[in-house]
Design a protein around this ligand. Structure first.
Ligand SMILES: [Zn+2]
Ligand SMILES: [Zn+2]
Length: 347
């Protein structure tokens, strides 16, 4: 089978490797139909993530080809979503809905070589990991597949920011960040009942238009102190009780805290890079910080009906489609911000 391999120094290749086989009775083999390129793949591409050479990709969907003897929830032919970490579905953390802390869980292409930007993968703990769109396993329409693909990582990450910040009916919500996670957070906030969503740090026209498509009511392009001042005037000094931090840089985190109203919550999902928080800044205004790595698996089943009914279309974050052979171009385009999020189509 073919797989993408990252070699360091912004070099991607597509190579032939032996395909996956069932190794454990709890495994499944999935033939991959679509995969996304994630912002965290871009960190790797830029030399700040996994060690090269490595296979890459962790948001993918496809068709079950084969299952091990102990697998009962899926069968060959079922169409499934594969979250960005696998999980056993049975440990204490999985039962609590924190599958990202599963005691038997892991990241694609780390503990095992299999990854999403490839023609197939071996799935450990298939019963705990894989999620079908329909109970009977049938394949959804092509039109909704990109949106279902977002549930494996990017949309459920934005959703986790909104859930962590406690977004509910009638809230004013600020989303810091204009990447695919920020756009997802805008849509998630609206889905959870936000009355007004302000997108902060949206830098160029194409992103403004997409932010509006995803549900933003107001957009500000400023950053840092200027952005805080803009939020103050847009909210008549009230700021917002729910702020969603979707970047992970020191500046965006600091800005998010400054935009929170007393008693408010910052929900953060951007992987922190160089962020340190002065607890005193939180203390005097009772600002809470919540969030972290999204337990995507926990949210998928709840969100599938909203996607299948068309009430949300988060698949719009994939604004260009590539073949697996074009993977190098996909990364280069994302690295240079010519594309928001590449969709890799394998069928
Ligand atoms: Zn990711
Ligand atoms: Zn578990």
């Amino acid at each position: 089978m073919k797989t993408a391999i990252y070699h360091g120094n912004k070099t991607m290749t597509v190579e032939d490797v032996p395909g996956p086989v069932i190794e454990q009775p709890t495994d499944a083999i999935v033939d991959i139909e679509y995969a996304g390129v994630c912002g965290s793949d871009l960190w790797t591409y830029r030399g700040q993530g996994a060690q090269a050479p490595c296979r890459i990709g962790h948001e993918f969907v496809g068709i079950v080809r084969e299952v091990g003897a102990d697998v009962s929830s899926v069968k060959p032919g079922d169409w499934v979503m594969v979250p960005f970490r696998w999980s056993d579905g049975t440990c204490e953390y999985c039962r609590r809905g924190l599958e990202t802390s599963c005691v038997h869980g892991g990241f694609w292409s780390r503990e095992i070589p299999w990854a999403g930007q490839a023609e197939a993968a071996r799935i450990p703990y298939a019963d705990g990991t894989l999620v079908k769109a329909y109970d009977d396993g049938h394949r959804p329409d092509d039109a909704v597949i990109p949106s279902l693909l977002t549930l494996t990582d990017v949309f459920t990450t934005g959703y986790h920011a909104a859930v962590s910040a406690g977004v509910g009916d009638g809230d004013t919500v600020i989303v810091v960040g204009d990447g695919a996670v920020g756009l997802s957070a805008i849509m998630a906030a609206k889905l959870l009942g936000a009355a007004r969503v302000i997108n902060a740090g949206s830098t160029h026209e194409e992103r403004h238009a997409l932010a509006r498509t995803f549900g933003a009511d107001d957009i500000i392009s400023t950053r840092g102190e200027d952005a805080v001042a803009d939020i103050r005037s847009l909210t008549d000094g009230a700021m917002a009780s729910r702020v969603l931090e979707c970047v992970g840089s020191a500046q965006s985190f600091s800005t998010a805290i400054d935009m929170a109203a007393p008693g408010g919550t910052v929900g953060y999902v951007g992987l922190p890079h160089g962020v340190s928080i002065d607890a005193k800044r939180l203390f005097f205004s009772n600002i809470r910080i919540a969030g972290g790595m999204s337990p995507a698996h926990h949210y998928i089943a709840d969100l599938v009906p909203s996607v299948l009914s068309g009430s949300i279309n988060p698949g719009f974050v994939y604004n260009r489609t590539y073949t697996l052979d074009q993977i190098g171009q996909a990364y280069d385009d994302m690295d240079n911000r010519r594309v928001i999020k590449p969709l890799i189509r394998l069928v």
